[in-house]
Design a protein around this ligand. Sequence first.
Ligand SMILES: [Zn+2]
Ligand SMILES: [Zn+2]
Length: 455
Amino acid sequence: MKYKGWILPPALRDFHEGRIWLRNHSPFSAIDMERAISNQYFYIIEGIQKKPFIKCNRCHNTDPELFTVFDCAGCRRSCIYCRHCIRMGRVSSCTQLLLWIGPKALKKRQHLLQWTGQFTELQQQAANEILASVRAGRSHLTSAVCGAGKTELLFPAVHDALKRALRVCIATPRTDVVLELYPRFQHVFPQTVIHALYGGAPKQDGYAQLVIATTHQLYRFDRAFDVMIVDEADAFPYTFDETLQRAVEKAKKADAPIIFVTATPSTRLQQAFQQESYSFIPKRYHNHPLPVPQFSALWNYEKSFYRGKIPTRLKNWTEQCLAQQQPFLLFFPTIALMDKAISLFQSIDPKIVAVHAEDPERKEKVLKLRQQEIPGLLTTTILERGITIRNVQVAVVGAESSIFTANALIQIAGRVGRHQDFPNGDVRFFHHGVTTSMDEARAKILYYNKKGFPL
Ligand SMILES: [Zn+2]
Ligand SMILES: [Zn+2]
């Protein structure tokens, strides 16, 4: 006799557990999905709920302006779809969203933490505090200056949670940060299945007990995580987009703590946590002060670029980096200006390149700078955080531009002097008039140095 029943493919269970997923987007066969549904392994909800108010059940968007009516080919009726999360596949009125309520994935309790690093006293204290908060199920804010070694602080708490068979998510607004964190966690947790999720990420198999994801990808989870860590909690677009904050709430279990980690906490975050569950590290792991930005006037720099000339001070700065063979990052306020400038810089050294947010070779270019295959990189604010390059020197062109908020400037300055062997370096804000953001960035850096190195 041949067995005629159906056995749940473990891969289907492992994929769908914790996810909220479009029925017609499942990577599994229609037959298996139908069987799983008829076995009541899924809870099915409508994509767009109309009462008591209109709401997308995937991204929890409730803004009436972000819904559009269209003639739907699927149901041959008039449907409403959510514009807010359209990039992850259309959710419309006739869409079915699936939530896994079937058998649970097998969670491992054996996880190796392979890390030989040494905490500084301040790091050890913060790591202990984070661990204690996670164990107590209490949310926590860790504020640590750029280069304080924030990632390592999480290792003990993450290891402890994994060993208790909990599911952990590290979310960050930036894809670059996901790409930076993923290999580091893979390296220190070699026995743990870890997935890295971001727009365009490759398919990854197995049940991931540790997920490193952009905050956008959290729309696709629902009450999935026992511990939620939000890294770079202040980074665009997280601060501006309330639905992203709701995505964090939705992706975690109701009672799961959120651990915020950032170099530049918002006043709101600070006010919420400063009394309790708060760790603060004012100095870098290598025990050197943060490089303090220098202001340098660069009057009418835009005109100069459009006339085909690099302003003299900037040119001198660049030539100095080249002469001393120090890798450099040059931040520009707009892609247009950077495009104008790049050919001028290439006439000084043809190996200088430019990178912007949509650049498909973005990762490769950063790697080339790191490996000293190119001398310098022109960039927009996309590289303001998450990257570490040995001995890098940094200049901001047009630091007065509104895109360079105090936090962005602090993060940019934070790229310099991170390596133990090169704890110093130049941070130059070239400007057409000093702004309050520039003053604030500088004042905060001086404040951290004062806190970290009291007289
Ligand atoms: Zn939506
Ligand atoms: Zn429809």
